[in-house]
Write a protein that binds this ligand. Structure first.
Ligand SMILES: [Ca+2]
Length: 396
């Protein structure tokens, strides 16, 4: 044994460098530290150097670390939270080694960590889920923001701002991250009343109602009538609106808008408002109209077709009244107070008929009237009563 014995004064210095074992997966990474061991120098002239022994049990060491002729040594790869035992020997230039020094134990402290706060705005997830965990300060981590259905990633905010969904950051104290997602899903809308192609009679208005939904929330329901400006319906997820009607078909369109401004597709209903009015039709001249709608209650706004048919010797002339036309077949749109006149004109050549005296009629000598038996022909010349006609031939 050498007479000189070394002893430790400041055996272990707890000034540590944090090393992270990236080769180990996930969050179970074992944090390792380097510990600096220091001792008082040996003053013998032939001193050559020192060896540092250490292990996880008292006086049970592994292969020593040859520190050379210095009084400090860095011992790497020590597991945090584990107690190590250290001893030092000195050796001279002849290779002779001293006894082990007194042993010093040292609990490798846990590295500096801090909790991270990761929150989500909107609908989405962040993987891996590090929220609330203690992370190693100074170490890099990577998280990825994934939007939920009907949402899209917007940006990272908080301690760090970024616009890419995958974010790599270096952990620091009081680190807060917010993954922001926005709603890009369109709301839905359904019309429950009236039914498709509904028909009403003499109605000034109709109540349209239905439902709406969204992955976030329905902000409003809008409707318009006959292509006019959109108006606000009452209610959202259950809504209703009163649409004014005119005679004939009325197109009613409805859409919902979510809180992010996304709009649903347009839902529509065509409501036909049947308004009836008295139809008056007259005929001038000789003819008829088919079908004969005169005196009937017809739908205002609806198209009807009628045809004028002249009687014998007459020709169709024209339509007059509320509508003017020159074709016999007329298609018209019914309106209130509608009157049509079918005009026919006499188209036959004039005919003259002699009505007296009667042709081939005379008085016989015996005073009887009538044509004599056997008469074959006679002159067209008229004879005074009582005279015989030269051409008379009779058989008795
Ligand atoms: Ca939406």
């Amino acid at each position: 044994m050498y007479s000189w014995a070394h002893r430790q004064t400041k055996s272990v210095v707890g000034k540590c460098l944090l090393l992270l074992c990236f080769g180990l997966a996930g969050l179970q990474a074992q944090a390792l530290q380097t510990v600096i061991v220091a001792w008082n120098p040996n003053t013998e002239p032939n001193l050559a150097g020192y060896k540092v022994y250490y292990g996880m049990a008292s006086r049970t060491y592994g292969v020593p670390l040859n520190a050379g002729n210095v009084t400090t040594s860095s011992i790497p790869n020590l597991v945090e939270g584990t107690t190590y035992y250290f001893a030092v020997t000195a050796y001279n230039n002849l290779g002779a080694e001293s006894d082990l020094s007194a042993e010093v134990s040292y609990l490798v402290p846990l590295g500096a960590r801090a909790p991270i706060i990761i929150t989500v705005q909107g609908n989405g997830t962040v993987t891996p889920n590090l929220n609330g965990q203690l992370l190693d300060i100074g170490r890099s981590y990577t998280v990825t923001a994934s939007p939920g259905s009907g949402y899209a990633f917007s940006n990272w905010s908080g301690t760090i701002s970024a616009t890419t969904a995958q974010l790599t950051f270096v952990m620091q104290s009081n680190l807060t991250l917010v993954a922001n997602f926005y709603d890009n899903g369109r709301p839905a809308l359904a019309v429950t009343s009236p039914a498709a192609n509904a028909r009403v009679t003499n109605s000034a208005a109709i109540t349209v109602s239905g439902t709406a939904s969204d992955n976030t929330a329905v902000a409003q329901v809008l409707y318009r009538v006959r292509g006019g400006a959109f108006q606000l319906a009452a209610g959202t997820t259950s809504w209703s609106a009163v649409a004014n009607l005119i005679a004939g078909p009325n197109l009613i369109e409805v859409k919902s808008v979510d809180t992010a401004g996304n709009e649903s597709t347009l839902a529509s209903r065509t409501v036909t408002n049947v308004t009836v009015a008295l139809f008056t039709q007259t005929v001038v001249g000789q003819g008829s109209v088919s079908p004969n709608l005169s005196g009937q209650l017809l739908e205002v706004g609806r198209s009807y077709t009628i045809t004028a048919q002249p009687a014998g010797g007459y020709a169709f002339s024209n339509w007059s009244g509320t509508v003017s036309a020159t074709t016999a077949q007329l298609t018209f749109v019914m309106q209130s107070n509608m009157t049509l006149v079918a005009n026919f004109a006499d188209a036959a050549a004039p005919v003259v008929v002699i009505t007296t005296p009667l042709n081939e009629r005379r008085r016989h000598r015996d005073g009887q009237h009538g044509r004599r038996p056997g008469a074959l022909s006679c002159s067209r010349r008229l004879l005074p009563i009582g005279q015989r006609h030269d051409c008379m031939v009779g058989k008795r």
